[in-house]
Design a protein around this ligand. Structure first.
Ligand code: UDX
Length: 442
C-alpha cells in the first residue's frame, strides 16, 4: 500500500514539501493552524511566490492526491509519516531559536498517534531537540515505541524550492543511535525516486543531522562574509572584488559559488540560523567554537551601512531634500520573501534620514508595503526612478540587470547609481553617463 504522508506546517518549506511528496506519488495531507492558508492551498493558490510551485500544487489538488486541513485528529488518522515543517524563527530580543510552533505541533499530534508511524523533523532546530522530542512522543503517544522519530533536515533554497526538493543534492537521515531499521526503511521509501537517480544518502545520528543544517548555513554565511570582508580590503587598496572572486573561485577547493560580494545575506534562514547556532553552542559550553560567527554577522551588518554611506557620497544634497529609488525589496531575486531583507533595511535607513524613498520589486511589493507602510512604492522601475537623485539596485532581479541605462538616465534627476549586488556592468552604465559605485570595486 502506498505510504500516506502528512506535512505539518505549510509555509515555504511545508507547502513545497507537501506538493513534492504528491508529485512523488504519495497521498498527502497538509496541516496548518492558519485557516486562511489552508483555504488558499485547498483552492490551489500558493500564498507566496515560488517559481513552479503553483502548477504542481494545482495538479495534485485537482487529482485529489493532495489535501489540506487544520485538524490534528485528521492528520493523525491519515498519516503513516508525519513531516514537521513548522518555522523556528529567532526569539524576540534573543539570538536563540523560538521553538514554540514546533513544540505546539508535537504536543498536538503526539497524543493522537495510536498506531505505528514515523514523525520526521525537517525544521531547523538547536542540536538536542530531536532526542528530547523523541522521548516526549514515546511518552505521550498511545502507540508508544511504535511512534518513532527521525530528523531529515531540509536544505532547499527559496526560488529553487521545487527543484531542490525533487532533486536534492544529498539526503541526511538522522536516526537514534539504536534503531530497528523501520524509520530508515520508511525514509528510503519516501525518497526512492531521488535515491534511484543518484542522490546520496548520509546516515547520521540525531544530533549530527541537526548539526548538518546549522553547519551548512553557517558555512554559506561565512563564505559570503569572507568575500565581503575582501570587498572591504579592495576598497582600501583599489582592488576589484569581482575579479578577486573569479581569481580564487577557479580553485575547485574554494569554488566560485556564494562568492558574490555586495549587500550580504538576509532572509528567513541564514541570519537567524547562525545566531541560533551561537546561542546553542553557548548553552552547551562550546561557545568559543563559534565566536567567528559573530564576526560573520558583523561583516554582514556592515554591508548595509556601507551602501547607505556610498549613496550619501553620491548625493549632492542633504537627505531631506533627496529622492531615492530603491530597486529591490525581496531578500533575493525570484522570491517575495522580505524577512531580514537587506534591501528594505537600507531603504528604511534612508527614509529615517528624511529622504523620499520609492521602492520597486517585481514580486515583493505587497509584503513590503505591509511591513514598511511609510515607504513609497512604484509599479515599475521607471516610475520608481523618476526624478531620483540616486538609484540603489539592492536585489539582483533580472528585470533590473537588463534595464537600459541610457533610457533610465532620461528619467532620473541625477544619473548616479549604487550597485548593491555587483550585478550591473559598470562600463555600460558609465558609458551611458552614470556615476557608478559598487561595493569592493574601483
Ligand atoms: C539558504 C540556504 O542556501 C538553504 O540551503 C537553506 O535551506 C535555507 O537558507 P535561502 O535563504 O533561500 O537558502 O537563500 P540563499 O540562496 O542561500 O541566499 C541567502 C542570502 O545570501 C541572500 O540574501 C543572498 O542575496 C545572499 N547571497 C548569496 C550573497 O550575498 N552572495 C552570494 O554569493 C550568495
Amino acid at each position: 500500500m502506498t505510504l500516506r504522508i502528512t506535512v505539518i506546517g505549510c509555509g515555504y518549506l511545508g507547502a513545497t514539501h507537501a506538493a513534492s511528496m504528491a508529485e512523488l506519488g504519495f497521498e498527502v495531507l497538509g496541516l496548518d493552524v492558519d485557516e486562511a492558508k489552508v483555504e488558499s492551498l485547498t483552492e490551489a493558490r500558493v500564498p507566496f511566490f515560488e517559481p513552479g510551485l503553483e502548477p504542481m500544487l494545482r495538479k495534485h489538488v485537482e487529482s485529489g492526491r493532495l489535501q489540506f486541513t487544520t485538524s490534528y485528529a485528521e492528520a493523525a488518522a491519515f498519516g503513516d509519516i508525519h513531516f514537521l515543517c513548522v518555522s523556528t524563527p529567532q526569539r524576540d530580543g534573543e539570538l536563540a531559536a523560538d521553538l514554540s510552533h514546533l513544540e505546539a505541533a508535537v504536543d498536538s499530534l503526539s497524543p493522537l498517534l495510536d498506531r505505528s508511524c514515523l514523525v520526521v523533523g525537517k525544521s531547523t532546530v538547536p542540536v538536542g531537540t530531536a532526542t528530547r522530542l523523541a522521548a516526549r512522543i514515546r511518552e505521550v503517544a498511545p502507540a508508544a515505541e511504535e511512534a518513532r522519530l527521525a530528523w531529515n533536515p531540509e536544505f532547499l533554497r527559496e526560488g529553487y524550492a521545487v527543484d531542490d526538493t525533487l532533486h536534492p543534492d544529498r539526503l541526511v537521515f538522522g536516526l537514534p543511535r539504536e534503531h530497528d531499521g523501520v524509520a530508515e526503511a520508511a525514509l528510503r521509501e519516501v525518497y526512492a525516486e531521488p535515491i534511484a537517480s543518484g542522490t546520496p544518502v548520509v546516515l547520521a545520528d540525531l544530533a549530527t543531522a541537526e548539526l548538518a543544517k546549522a553547519a551548512a548555513n553557517s558555512f554559506l554565511a561565512t563564505k559570503i562574509s569572507f568575500i565581503n570582508a575582501m570587498a572591504e580590503l579592495c576598497e582600501a587598496t583599489g582592488g576589484d572584488v569581482a575579479v578577486l572572486a573569479d581569481a580564487i573561485g577557479h580553485d575547485p577547493r574554494i569554488g566560485r559559488k556564494f562568492l558574490n560580494a555586495g549587500l550580504g545575506f538576509g532572509g528567513g534562514c541564514l541570519p537567524k540560523d547562525i545566531r541560533g547556532f551561537m546561542a546553542r553552542a553557548g548553552e552547551l559550553g562550546a561557545g568559543d567554537a563559534l565566536t567567528f560567527l559573530r564576526e560573520v554577522d558583523a561583516i554582514n551588518e556592515r554591508r548595509r551601512k556601507r551602501v547607505v554611506d556610498m549613496a550619501a557620497d553620491l548625493v549632492d544634497r542633504p537627505w531631506p531634500s533627496a529622492k531615492v529609488a530603491v530597486l529591490g525589496a525581496a531578500f533575493k531575486p525570484d522570491s517575495d520573501d522580505i524577512r531580514d531583507s537587506p534591501a528594505l533595511n537600507v531603504a528604511g535607513r534612508l527614509h529615517l534620514f528624511g529622504a523620499a524613498v520609492t521602492v520597486h520589486d517585481p514580486q515583493a511589493m505587497e509584503n513590503a508595503r505591509r511591513s514598511w507602510p511609510t515607504l513609497r512604492y512604484a509599479d515599475s522601475v521607471v516610475e520608481a526612478c523618476r526624478g531620483a537623485h540616486v538609484v540603489l539596485v539592492l536585489t539582483e532581479w533580472q528585470q533590473f540587470t537588463e534595464v537600459d541605462p541610457g533610457m533610465l538616465a532620461e528619467v532620473v534627476a541625477v544619473p548616479s547609481v549604487v550597485d548593491g549586488r555587483n550585478c550591473l556592468d559598470p562600463e555600460v552604465w558609465r558609458a551611458a553617463g552614470w556615476a557608478y559605485r559598487a561595493l569592493g570595486r574601483p
